[in-house]
Design a protein around this ligand. Structure first.
Ligand SMILES: [Zn+2]
Length: 375
């Protein structure tokens, strides 16, 4: 039996759009050519397009793009978002199709993250139009700089995205995966301060910053803390010649948790380890941290979650709720007060040269998104 949706989803058109998009270079901060392509396409289709100045705020060459699809039916306005930037190496992508799967030629990422998200929402809109399916006001956001710290979403112009609910198309996992929890992340920079002295003649008058750092780190709870919490040290550097007692060591770290209290407790614990180590050796330390983005929690009773799950069922897929260890624009949108969730769009092995996506995932995802868009 041919599902009615299958007749509607234009496989060739979505594939062409997807391939066109992955072939346009768009590393973070340099999304202008993708933005130009998408604006031209949506303009040609008669939609109202706006851009904000988020690019100016983060040093990018273009801003976030917002497209309004005017209502043809009832319902509250709904937003959809995907990001235009890709992680390196992402320039000169040559897509290769084998057995219904799109890969890169092997020396770049594919950039399905997140061009699959862009292609599916644009195709979904086109379907609704062609099939005269009523829908409320739909707003699309094509964001910049997600990969390098969600700077597009952080600097977005809220007045250009007047919706309460946003579906972010930017997760791995099969189509029908719904991300309902994503952790907050804090970046930490620590400086351990000792006192330099000649290591051979007068080590007694020196304080080794390396010893302070080692003492502190040896007491830190790290790596997998609990199901929702992780901590990792990224880089340690300091010191010089062996005949000098090292007076300064720098250490960078991150902690993630989908529980805000656990996150704060862990940061406090790490700071305490530094304080105790500095005291033990008579040195000092400086501990700075910044919460990069808030945690995402989708309420179990959220109407948007119910809608996503119903739409999965409508197209014959069983919805699956998941928690993830990574953040996305959803976290930022949620932090700004939107009801947001992220959908799995079928992209696999993202951020690697083996990245791929099945063409079937593109059409399934467009089906799902179109179903969520309708009145
Ligand atoms: Zn992404």
């Amino acid at each position: 039996m041919i599902k009615s949706w299958e007749k509607m989803i234009n496989k060739n058109r979505i594939l062409k759009l997807f391939l066109d998009l992955v072939k346009i270079d768009s590393p973070s901060l340099k999304e202008k050519n993708v933005s130009k392509y998408l604006c031209a396409l949506m303009e040609e289709r008669g939609y109202e397009i706006k851009q904000d100045s988020a690019g100016d705020a983060c040093g990018g060459n273009t801003g976030n793009v917002y497209v309004r699809i005017p209502a043809t039916g009832d319902g509250e306005p709904i937003g959809f978002s995907a990001h235009m930037d890709c992680v390196y190496p992402c320039c000169g992508v040559v897509p290769v199709i084998k057995d219904g799967i799109v890969y890169s030629s092997g020396d770049t990422v594919l950039g399905g993250d997140d061009k699959a998200g862009l292609a599916t929402m644009i195709e979904a809109v086109q379907h609704l139009k062609e099939e005269n399916i009523p829908h409320p006001d739909i707003y699309l956001m094509f964001s910049i700089c997600e990969e390098s710290g969600m700077h597009g979403a952080k600097n977005m112009d809220l007045s250009l995205f007047p919706v309460k609910e946003v579906v972010v198309l930017d997760s791995g996992g099969a189509v029908s995966t719904i991300v309902i929890e994503a952790p907050s992340k804090a970046g930490i920079n620590i400086t351990f301060i000792g006192k330099s002295a000649h290591a051979g003649i007068a080590p007694e008058s020196g304080i080794s910053a390396i010893q302070i750092a080692a003492e502190a780190v040896s007491h830190m709870k790290l790596m997998r803390i609990d199901k929702k919490t992780t901590a990792n040290l990224g880089r340690i550097e300091g010191g010089g010649a062996t005949n000098i007692v090292t007076d300064k060591v720098m250490l960078s770290a991150e902690v993630r948790s989908s529980n805000d209290q656990t996150l704060q407790d862990l940061i406090d614990h790490m700071k305490q380890c530094c304080a105790e180590a500095a005291t033990k050796f008579g040195g000092d330390y400086n501990f700075e941290y910044e919460i990069s983005y808030p945690a995402l929690h989708v309420d179990k009773n959220s109407p948007l979650l119910a809608r996503a799950e119903q739409s999965c069922k409508n197209i014959g897929l069983e919805p699956k709720r998941v928690s993830t260890g990574g953040g996305s624009d959803s976290n930022i949108l949620y932090g700004k007060g939107y009801s947001a969730l992220t959908l799995g769009i079928g992209m696999s092995k993202v951020h690697t040269l083996e990245e791929f996506i099945e063409i079937k995932s593109l059409t399934n995802c467009a089906e799902l998104v179109a179903d969520m868009m309708k009145s």
